[in-house]
Design a protein around this ligand. Sequence first.
Ligand code: TEU
Ligand code: CA
Length: 548
Amino acid sequence: MSFHESVVYQIYPKSFRDTNGDGVGDLRGIIEKVDHIASLGVDLVWLNPFYPSPQRDNGYDVSDYCAIDPAMGTIADFEELVARLAEHGIGIMLDMVLNHTSTAHEWFQRALAGEQHYRDYYIIRSPRPDGSLPTSWGSKFGGPAWAPFGETSDYFLHLFDVTQADLDWRNPAVRQEMAKVVNFWRGKGVKAFRFDVINLIGKAAELVDGTPGTDGRDAYTDGPQVHEYLQELRRNSFGQDQDSVTVGEMSSTSIEACVGYSNPDNGELDMVFNFHHLKVDYANGQKWTLVPYDLAALKRILDEWAVGMQAGNGWNALFWNNHDQPRALDRFGDPVNFHAESATMLATVIHLLRGTPYVYMGEEIGMTDPEYTLMSDYVDVEAHNAYAELLATGESAERAFQIVHSKARDNARTPMQWDDGPTAGFTDGIPWLRPTNQDRINVAAEQDSERILGHYRRLIQLRKSEPLISEGRYESFDAGHEAVFGYLRTLQQRRLLVLANFRGEPAGVQIPPEYADGTLLIGNHDDAVVSREMTLRPYEALGIVVEP
Ligand code: TEU
Ligand code: CA
């Protein structure tokens, strides 16, 4: 089966299910919940990093790529999980954090101890003649991207936390190590990989400041050699498996670059994540701000990426949620007044698009951002840095908290809500991050009503039964509509019209005559009637199919 027909379920292992009462999710917890995963009908499970790590960035600070953090389990647990999922035809997609290592990694420690071989693994530079940092780049987690390299007068680059040192991919030894890491997991039966911020590995030999007044990302993103490095990695590792599936996480990228990464003729990756559609609630491109989201921009970006990637024969990973994003339901839906309607509307939009859909754990039951009231409820280093920076720039404590509340990555990282118990059925101990509304939103309650879960299952099945969805051509529909996002999919004579009302009020739409005689393929209200002049109810979404 091609990845065009696949759906991926993302699990943040730390927050899925804890089996030993230490408050942290573990691999045995995932094994325990295999039936839930299988019941969705997904093909792959992407697991966020579970490797040994000081956990400064929740596992994206890897200190050993070829082992499992004891808090998460053992290699035997992993092998059991692979086998249990395989019984249901589900493969595992592993998260490869190859742009940087933890500074606790043996390579960095040996570099610090003076071993030149390992020093060359990292990006280490002298200050400029005037004593200033090598470049003006900012860390994506706040502050400068350079930190003193041990006791020397040099600096090492860290585009993320100060404990995440960027690797120098220009060094062939680094590239070989990374192929070895991928091959280690291939040896354990893994054929699918998600590559973390992989478009940042192509940094030039000579590092220069980027656009003045920015964090300099244009100077190192989608760098000159990234395509060559990906082609090499593919040849030396996952490309040797006929049925490998790969997705690259692309930070601040372009359609053009992403066509390059995912056009099969280039021999790089199968598909790409980009984040442009999730920046429509940023003021002036800045994340730590609070403004209503811009629906016109959201529609335009979804459409541009669908059209642009299709034109270049690239392939998108489709998603609303992941472990870095506040819940889309809170951003683009209305979890208070139209919980099930807006959750299923968002799902419909993504699942019928051209690309491969990803479902982030909890999305299938309409999980929302937690109802936290204190900064001490948050754990993420990024949230705390941002709060401090907001205060330093003169925001009131109340406003700074509101911003963190709406933007923190912890919003997505609260424990999976299995039942309405005090810890949501996540743990018998004290959860590392507190759930808040499991009394209303939990898997057990959804099993009974199936309003959201059932819709996800139907959408996932449709992708497998309808080549129109997995292979059809994409075209925009009524792009100027102020409330409705619409698009067409066509495959030979079969055609599909998808309509989704993003507003909490009814919205009128004119249906082209040929679709007015079509049939309802799926909808989030079971009593929709197709007609020439339709009025979509609040957050109503549907797909109308026309047979030849
Ligand atoms: O994220 C990359 C990234 O640039 C963003 O998603 C970033 O975390 C966010 O915009 C901050 O506001 C990846 C991982 O998904 C993330 O969890 C890691 O922290 C990061 O790389 C570093 O490995
Ligand atoms: Ca545990």
